[in-house]
Design a protein around this ligand. Structure first.
Ligand SMILES: [Cu+2]
Length: 498
C-alpha cells in the first residue's frame, strides 16, 4: 500500500468513525455506514485513485488541507498542476451546468444534428417569481450544446419568436455564411422559419451561442457550447461546472424585461437567482473546474471564491498555456467573456462563490433601503401621487408578494412553499438553517464535502437535518467549541417550514 492510498484509507476510516458517532445507533445510519463501505462510487473512486496513483502531497502542497506549497516556481504551487482522481483514459469529466438541460443530438449524414428552438420562455428566477424572457427549447439560458473537437455539427434553428432572429456561435472560426450576423452574413430568420448552420469544429474550449439581435440578448438568449478536447486536458479534473451570470431589468409589478434600460435589478446564475441558484458540490481533495460566462448586457462581474485559491486556466478564446496560469481569489469577468477557474478542493465547507459588486449581491439593489412601493398604494395611485405617497412599511403587506419583487427575502419572510422549494434540492442538504439568507442575486456556493458526507448529501435519499453536514465539517476540520449554531428562532421557523 502506497503512502497516498494509506492516507486515503485513514481519512475514510477516521471520518467513518466520526460519522458513526454523529448518528448514534439509528438503523438508517448503520445501513448507510455499510453502504459507504460498499458503495460503487466509493469503490470506483478508490479504484481510480489506485490506478492513477494520485498523491496527497506535492512539493508541500496538500490536496486535503489548506496549503500553499513551498516554491512559487514549483509546478505544484497552490495546487497548480495537482491532478484530480480521474483517469484521463476515461475521457473528460462530464460537464455540469446546474439547472440547465443538455441539447440532444442525432448523427445524420456525418454530422451531429441539433435542433434549437428560439421562443418566449417563462423562467422561475426565485421560487414563485416567474419571469417572461426569451430563450431556447423552453429554457433560459438555453440547453447546453456539448461536442468533441473534430466533430462536424449541424444546428437547425427554428424561430418561434414573434420577431426575426439569427444565432451567433461565439468564438468559432467557421465559414462566414454560418456566423449568424443577421443581414451582414445571412438573411434574418423570419418568425416560423428555420435556418441551418453547419460547420466543422476544429477548436476546443469554452464557447457559447446567442441571438445576435441586441435586445434579444438582453432578454436572455444565450446557452453553453462546450467543446471537449480530443486529448483530455492536463491535469485531469474531477468536476467541470458551468455557470452563466446574467442581469436583467424587470420593474416591480412587471414580469417582462425592459431591454432598453441601462439599469439592472435582477441577477441570475444559470437562470436562477441566489439562493435558488444551485450550489456546486464536490468531494474533498478533487480537482475542480468552474467555467464562468458573463452574459450580462452591460455589467462586468468581479467573481470571488472563498476558502480556496484558484488558477485561471482558460478564457473564451482558448485554454491558456500552463506557464501563464495565474492564481487568484477574485477574477474580473467582462461582458461576453468566459473564464475557466481550476482549484484543488482542499478546504472542506460551504464556501460563497459570488460576484463582488454590492449591487449584484441583491436583487432590485434595495435590500438595505427597503422597497420602493408604499403601503396601501396601488401602482397607478403611486405614480399619480408621488408627492403624497404613504410612508414605507417594509415586508408586511401582501402586495410585496407581487411578481418581480423579491424583497420578502429580507427577514426570512419567504413563504412556506418558497422555502420548501429552496430546501428540497439535494445540493443544499445539511447546510446551516439560515444559509439561504446570505445568498441573493449573483451568489451561490461551492460545497467541498468529505467522501462520506458527499455520499450522504448527493447519493442517498436519507433525511439530512439542516446544519448537520456543516456542523460535522466544523467538528472534523475546525474548532467545534467555537461553533455557534443558527439562532433558534430562525432555525425553528425554517424547521417549521419543512
Ligand atoms: Cu456582478
Amino acid at each position: 500500500m502506497s503512502d497516498s492510498s494509506s492516507r486515503r484509507a485513514f481519512l475514510k476510516n477516521g471520518t467513518m468513525g466520526t460519522f458513526a458517532a454523529l448518528s448514534v445507533g439509528t438503523p438508517a445510519a448503520a445501513a448507510l455506514s455499510k453502504e459507504q463501505h460498499d458503495s460503487p462510487s466509493a469503490q470506483a473512486s478508490k479504484k481510480q485513485a489506485d490506478q492513477h496513483e494520485v498523491q496527497d502531497e506535492y512539493d508541500g502542497f496538500s490536496r486535503y488541507r489548506p496549503s500553499r506549497g513551498h516554491d512559487p516556481d514549483s509546478d505544484y504551487y497552490i495546487g497548480k498542476r495537482v491532478p484530480g482522481f480521474r483517469n484521463p483514459a476515461d475521457g473528460p469529466a462530464p460537464f455540469i451546468a446546474n439547472d440547465l438541460d443538455k441539447l440532444p443530438w442525432k448523427m445524420k449524414n456525418g454530422a451531429k444534428e441539433f435542433h434549437l428552438v428560439c421562443e418566449p420562455v417563462a423562467r422561475e428566477f426565485l421560487p414563485g417569481h416567474w419571469m417572461n424572457v426569451y430563450g431556447f427549447n423552453g429554457s433560459m439560458p438555453g440547453p447546453t450544446i456539448e461536442v468533441t473537437q473534430g466533430d462536424r455539427i449541424r444546428i437547425i434553428v427554428h424561430n418561434e419568436l414573434p420577431e426575426e432572429t439569427s444565432i451567433h456561435w461565439h468564438g468559432f472560426e467557421l465559414p462566414v455564411q454560418y456566423d449568424g450576423a443577421h443581414t451582414m452574413t445571412q438573411n434574418p430568420i423570419k418568425p416560423g422559419k428555420t435556418f441551418k448552420y453547419e460547420f466543422d469544429v476544429h477548436e476546443e474550449g469554452t464557447f457559447f451561442y446567442h441571438s445576435h439581435i441586441a435586445m434579444q440578448e438582453a432578454f436572455g438568449m444565450v446557452g453553453w457550447f462546450i467543446v471537449h478536447p480530443q486529448k483530455v486536458w492536463d491535469p485531469p479534473v474531477d468536476r467541470d461546472f458551468g455557470v452563466i451570470f446574467q442581469n436583467f431589468r424587470i420593474d416591480p409589478m412587471q414580469t417582462v424585461v425592459n431591454s432598453w434600460s441601462m439599469d439592472w435589478n435582477w441577477h441570475t446564475i444559470n437562470g436562477r437567482s441566489g439562493p435558488y441558484a444551485t450550489p456546486l458540490v464536490c468531494k474533498h481533495g478533487e480537482r475542480v473546474r468552474v467555467r464562468l460566462l458573463d452574459f450580462s448586457p452591460v455589467q462586468h462581474h468581479p467573481i470571488h471564491m472563498h476558502g480556496h485559491t484558484f488558477w485561471i486556466t482558460g478564457h473564451e478564446g482558448a485554454r491558456i498555456p500552463k506557464s501563464a496560469w495565474i492564481p487568484r481569489n477574485t477574477e474580473l469577468v467582462g461582458v461576453a467573456q468566459a473564464a475557466d477557474f481550476e482549484f484543488i478542493a482542499n478546504n472542506p465547507g460551504d464556501w460563497m462563490f459570488h460576484c463582488h459588486m454590492v449591487h449584484h449581491m441583491m436583487n432590485h439593489m434595495v435590500q438595505h433601503v427597503g422597497p420602493r412601493l408604499r403601503e396601501d398604494a396601488k401602482v397607478d395611485h403611486y405614480l399619480t401621487s408621488l408627492d403624497t405617497r404613504p410612508r414605507v412599511k417594509m415586508h408586511q403587506d401582501p402586495q410585496f408578494g407581487i411578481p418581480g419583487y423579491p424583497q420578502k427575502m429580507q427577514g426570512m419572510t419567504m413563504t412556506k412553499p418558497m422555502m420548501k422549494k429552496l430546501w428540497s434540492r439535494r445540493e443544499v442538504k445539511g447546510m446551516r438553517a439560515n444559509a439561504m439568507m446570505s445568498m441573493a442575486g449573483l451568489m451561490t456556493s461551492v460545497r467541498v464535502l468529505p467522501d462520506d458526507l458527499y455520499q450522504r448529501v448527493m447519493e442517498t435519499d436519507e433525511k439530512v437535518p439542516k446544519g448537520s453536514i456543516f456542523k460535522e465539517i466544523v467538528k472534523r476540520f475546525g474548532t467545534i467549541e467555537d461553533y455557534e449554531p443558527a439562532p433558534p428562532d430562525v432555525m425553528q421557523k425554517m424547521l417549521n417550514d419543512d
